[in-house]
Design a protein around this ligand. Structure first.
Ligand SMILES: [Zn+2]
Length: 289
C-alpha cells in the first residue's frame, strides 16, 4: 500500500536530480542521492520526522542508545568499519541528549556549587580569596552572592558535555593509537562516550534521584544531606569505568589488562579536564554575576 505510489513516482524519474546519471532503485548508485517522493515533501511528513526524533518514537534511535549502554564501543567500531545503516547518527543522538539536558532545569550532575568551588577543589584558596574580595568591595552578603553565582553556574555547567567531546578526542587518539584507526574514529568514540554521559550519568541518574529521595522520605529519612558532590562523583566514576573498560575491549580490541590500564588513564585525563573545566566554570560564572 505504501510502496505503490512510491514505485509509480520513481519510475517517472530515470535520471538523478543531482548528478544526472541514470537511476534504478531508490538511491543513485553514483552519488548516493535519494529519490524524493511527493509524500516526503509534505510538511506533515517532515514534522513527523522531527516529532519522532524528539519523542524517541524513532526506534532506531532507541536501539542505538540501548547498544551504547549494553555494549559500549560497539557503535564506534561498527561505524569505523562502515556498518552505519542499522544505527542513527551518533551526532544526532548526542544533540538530542543535549536538548533534553538543556530543557530539564533539575539536572545538575555536572554543576559545581560555590561551596565546592571554594572548599572542595585544589584551587580553593584562590577562589575563596576572589569571592571574599568581591563581597567586600561590592558590599553584598555571602548569601546574596552565592545564590546569584549558583544561577549563573547552573546554566554555564550545561556546556560541559559539549566541551567534553573535544577534551576526549586527543586522549583516545594518544592512548589508543592503533594502525588502521583514524582520527575520525576516535571522534566517534568520544561522541559515544558523551552520549553515554548525557543519557546515563546525567539524565538517568539525575531523574533516578527524585523517586529515591521520595521513597526514603516516605520511610522517614531525609537523604538529601548525603547526596553531595562526593557521592555523585563516586556513582558517575563507577558507571564511567564500566563504559570505558567495555569500549576499550569492543572498539579497540585491547585485552583485559590493556583495557583496564587505559580506562584508568582516561579517567585520570577526565579528572584533570574536569578540574580545568571547573576552574573555567568558576571564572565564567564569577564574572557573570
Ligand atoms: Zn547521482
Amino acid at each position: 500500500m505504501y510502496l505503490l505510489p512510491f514505485l509509480y513516482f520513481s519510475s517517472m524519474h530515470t535520471s538523478c536530480k543531482s548528478c544526472g546519471k541514470a537511476i534504478s532503485g531508490n538511491y543513485c548508485s553514483n552519488c548516493g542521492e535519494k529519490v524524493v517522493t511527493p509524500k516526503e515533501r509534505t510538511f506533515l511528513f517532515q514534522l513527523g520526522k522531527i516529532v519522532n526524533a524528539i519523542t524517541f518514537a524513532d526506534t532506531k534511535m532507541l536501539q542505538t542508545l540501548w547498544l551504547v549502554i549494553r555494549r559500549p564501543g560497539r557503535l564506534s567500531s561498527d561505524y569505523a568499519e562502515g556498518k552505519r545503516v542499522p544505527y542513527s547518527s551518533p551526532l544526532a543522538l548526542f544533540f538530542i541528549g543535549n536538548l533534553i539536558y538543556f530543557l530539564m532545569p533539575m539536572l545538575e550532575t555536572f554543576n559545581t556549587t560555590l561551596d565546592v568551588q571554594m572548599h572542595g577543589m585544589p584551587y580553593g584558596a584562590i577562589t575563596t580569596k576572589a569571592v571574599e574580595n568581591r563581597i567586600e568591595r561590592e558590599n553584598i552578603s555571602m548569601e546574596e552572592f552565592t545564590s546569584e553565582y549558583n544561577v549563573a553556574s547552573t546554566s554555564n555547567a550545561k556546556l560541559l558535555l559539549i566541551f567534553m567531546v573535544f577534551f576526549m578526542v586527543p586522549a583516545y587518539a594518544i592512548l589508543c593509537h592503533r594502525k588502521g584507526i583514524y582520527f575520525a574514529d576516535h571522534f566517534v568514540m568520544s561522541l559515544e562516550l558523551s552520549i553515554y554521559n548525557i543519557f546515563v550519568n546525567t539524565i538517568f541518574f539525575g531523574l533516578l534521584l527524585f523517586p529515591v529521595v521520595f521513597l526514603f522520605r516516605l520511610s522517614g529519612t531525609d537523604i538529601t544531606p548525603y547526596l553531595n558532590d562526593r557521592l555523585i562523583t563516586i556513582v558517575v566514576l563507577i558507571s564511567l569505568i564500566y563504559f570505558l573498560y567495555s569500549s576499550m575491549r569492543n572498539m579497540y580490541g585491547w585485552n583485559a589488562a590493556g583495557a583496564l590500564v587505559r580506562s584508568f588513564l582516561i579517567i585520570a585525563w577526565l579528572v584533570v579536564s574536569l578540574i580545568a573545566y571547573r576552574l573555567t566554570l568558576f571564572w565564567a560564572s564569577f564574572y557573570m554575576v
